[in-house]
Design a binder for this molecule. Structure first.
Ligand code: XMP
Length: 326
């Protein structure tokens, strides 16, 4: 039997009752696979790893060790939410690693997009492996692999940062959602009681805000990306666009433009807004944000985000442009 093929008999999980049946079945299967063993999971806070964490917490409680690596490129409020939901609400065994300085120091001065991605990926594996080595008796590694990852990339989680653990850290894999499509993962996540903003989260690249802080990342420009992104997300949520628009974010390029404030000339960064609709990220169209909302978001960013004096809206579809800026 091909263990990477979704069974033909598997029903599409599209109701709470079917999600609950899947959860019950997986909890039993996980207990049978893991027994009294210990499981390690890299918990990013994205929907896939969060659903895997919640399933495992239901199945084996504190035998699960979650590692949340804050690489400094997460969105505003994300590390805090992971800690709140998993440590405080679900009482999980969660190791929070503040690796912000480590990542940003390694990235300092690196402008090439692929080089940036490589550094982020390698550093992530190093940090995770160091944490794994500090744990005694881990036998299993849980992963949020989903069915499209198997279909598209031979079982390697698409763009996933974890995939190349050192040879002395070879664990048995635990992949409870590997036959699920994204919408099914969300239905299961909702049934597991995860918060809506975790379950219905827009796609977020592995290298995080790093690819939206164009060129060599600096802390102040990264902060401008994070703060402007938070304003955009807040306004989209308030105006009914969260969950409707496929992906939306801000970019801060590595050049400045002139402005004027209180009679004095300024020389600061522009912020670019991007909001696109897509089915599978291979093509995308631009969302037509209502003009009043654009004006309101612009005013807030200009007033609230330090170092910014100009806001632009990216009208380019994919192709010819890509969704991200680098
Ligand atoms: P592009 O920019 O190629 O993006 O049109 C297509 C989709 O992929 C996401 N993306 C990434 N995801 N690691 C990821 O995990 C990456 O390096 C990466 N680059 C782009 C992007 O956000 C969009 O959803």
């Amino acid at each position: 039997m091909d263990t990477n093929k979704r069974p033909d008999t598997m029903q599409r999980i599209n109701t709470p009752a079917l999600a609950q049946a899947f959860i019950d079945e997986q909890v039993a299967a996980l207990r049978a696979q893991i027994g009294t063993g210990k499981v390690l999971l890299a918990l990013s806070g994205g929907v896939d790893s969060s659903v895997v964490a919640a399933l495992l917490i239901n199945a084996i409680g504190k035998q699960l060790v979650c590692v949340h690596v804050n690489h400094g490129l997460l969105r505003k409020g994300e590390p805090e939410q992971v800690i709140e939901v998993f440590r405080h609400q679900m009482d999980a065994n969660l190791i929070y690693v503040d690796a912000v300085d480590r990542f940003l120091d390694k990235l300092a001065g690196v402008a090439d997009p692929e080089q940036k991605r490589k550094i982020i990926g390698k550093e992530f594996i190093d940090v995770f492996a160091e944490q794994a080595k500090q744990q005694d008796g881990i036998r299993f590694l849980a992963q949020g692999t989903i069915y499209p990852d198997i279909l598209e990339s031979d079982g390697v989680k698409a763009h996933h940062n974890v995939g190349g653990l050192p040879a002395d850290l070879q664990f048995e894999l635990v992949e409870p959602v590997k036959f699920l499509y994204k919408d099914e993962v969300r239905t299961v996540g909702k049934q597991l009681g995860l918060p809506d903003n975790m379950v219905y989260r827009q796609p977020f690249p592995g290298p995080g805000l790093g690819v939206r802080c164009v060129g060599a990342i600096t802390r102040d420009r990264l902060e401008a990306v994070r703060e402007s992104d938070a304003i955009l997300r807040e306004e989209f949520a308030k105006n009914g666009l969260q969950g409707k628009v496929w992906q939306y974010f801000t970019i801060v390029p590595d050049f400045r433009t002139t402005g004027i404030l209180n009679g004095k000339r300024t020389y600061e960064w522009p912020v670019i807004l991007r909001a696109v609709n897509s089915v599978d990220a291979t093509a995308a169209t631009v969302e037509e944000i209502p003009y009043d909302l654009l004006r309101h978001i612009t005013a807030r960013i200009l007033q609230e985000v330090k170092g910014v004096n100009r806001v632009l809206y990216d009208l380019s579809p994919k192709p010819v442009a890509t969704i991200e800026w680098e």
